[in-house]
Design a protein around this ligand. Structure first.
Ligand code: SAM
Ligand code: FES
Length: 328
């Protein structure tokens, strides 16, 4: 099989087919999500990740409940109606603390969607979060190939558990997001085919697809990063396989190419996730090198991305932006 990195110019027909598939359900809308990176403490040690436990160079931070709520309030003022709460796997945020935060956001912003991205938890914890008012959960599967998954993670982690979490989340009633990094170390085209087949089987509501970008203080510091071309190809194929899915044009894609997010939208993506985290902690949530948008205030980020979206011929949409079926 041709090496994925050799596909320099994924043909326009593919992008056209992906765009048509997307537009059938969502038109030219691009949905906004406000991202709040509320803690970079993590008990996990994923080999690729800048905030992994073994990285002693990271300045660790966690926002308190008041700070998280004030990020939401700022986001609400700016028009956001989805908040994405993301963190490392931080034991400080027990179910009790987390459900209190979710409950407060739910009561303060009843019309907003609450998305969580907190990693692997028990069925009971996921149930607690859902009962407290969370609507969506992002948990990338990272690789659907057993052997490859194991090369990216320490032996304490397993693909089996990750998949189980995703199916549990779905069963509980969350809109679920899976996904992967394109070009992660040891990844082959066959692995990407496994990813596509797994995505088809899981049938998630959202799929996060971004390039792998090496980070200096990780096991994979010296590895090559994923390419724009391969990432766009995976976005387009995923869109065609799962036409109703919500697919972000990721910050990682915007990091390896100044027009990366626009290119992602033309390849079938339909979501952007500007950062609402306080500027003073942005640099500490460094998953990979040269991450963009770490210096701008939330309002600047919103404006910048909104303008880029309009200029690229799409329609910025600040509604909750639920999965197509949920709207019926
Ligand atoms: N702890 C939660 C989890 O593991 O799902 C959420 C935070 S985790 C940092 C979010 C995502 O960042 C991961 O799913 C991974 O795909 C992505 N990520 C981590 N390191 C990366 C890197 N070096 N390049 C690109 N993406 C990366
Ligand atoms: Fe925990 Fe990346 S290793 S968030």
């Amino acid at each position: 099989m041709e090496n994925i990195e050799n596909i320099k110019n994924p043909n326009n027909e593919l992008f056209l087919a992906a765009s048509q598939a997307k537009e059938k359900y969502y038109g030219k809308k691009v949905f906004f999500r406000g991202l709040i990176e509320f803690s970079n403490y993590c008990t996990n040690d994923c080999y690729y990740c800048g905030i992994r436990r073994s990285n002693k160079e990271v300045h660790r931070y966690r926002l308190n409940q008041e700070e998280i709520l004030s990020c939401c309030a700022k986001g609400f003022e700016l028009g956001f109606r989805t908040f994405v709460l993301q963190s490392g796997e931080d034991p400080y945020f027990t179910d009790q603390i987390m459900t209190k935060i979710i409950d407060d956001i739910r009561n303060s912003f009843p019309d907003c969607a609450i998305t969580l991205s907190l990693g692997e938890k028990s069925y009971a914890s996921y149930q607690n979060f859902f009962a407290a008012g969370a609507d969506r959960y992002l948990l990338r599967h990272e690789s659907a190939n057993e052997e490859h998954y194991q090369k990216l993670h320490p032996p304490t982690m397993s693909l089996k558990n990750r998949k189980e979490c995703l199916y549990n989340l779905k069963e509980i009633g969350f809109q679920v997001g899976a996904g992967l990094m394109v070009g992660s170390p040891f990844q082959t085209p066959e692995h990407l085919a496994d990813d596509l087949m797994f995505l088809k089987e899981l049938d998630p509501h959202m799929v996060g697809i971004g390039p792998f970008i090496p980070y200096k203080d990780t096991v994979f510091a010296g590895e090559k990063g994923g390419t724009v071309e391969a990432t766009l190809l995976m976005i387009a194929l995923t869109r065609i396989l799962l036409p109703k899915s919500l697919i972000p044009a990721t910050t990682a894609l915007g990091t390896i190419d100044p027009r990366g997010r626009e290119k992602g939208l033309h390849a079938g993506a339909n979501v952007v996730m500007p950062n609402l985290s306080p500027v003073n902690v942005r640099n500490d949530y460094a998953l990979y090198d040269n991450k963009i948008c770490t210096g701008e205030e939330a309002a600047e980020c919103r404006q910048c991305i909104e303008k880029r979206i309009s200029n690229a011929g799409f329609i910025p949409d600040f509604s909750r932006g639920d999965y197509y079926l949920v709207l019926q």
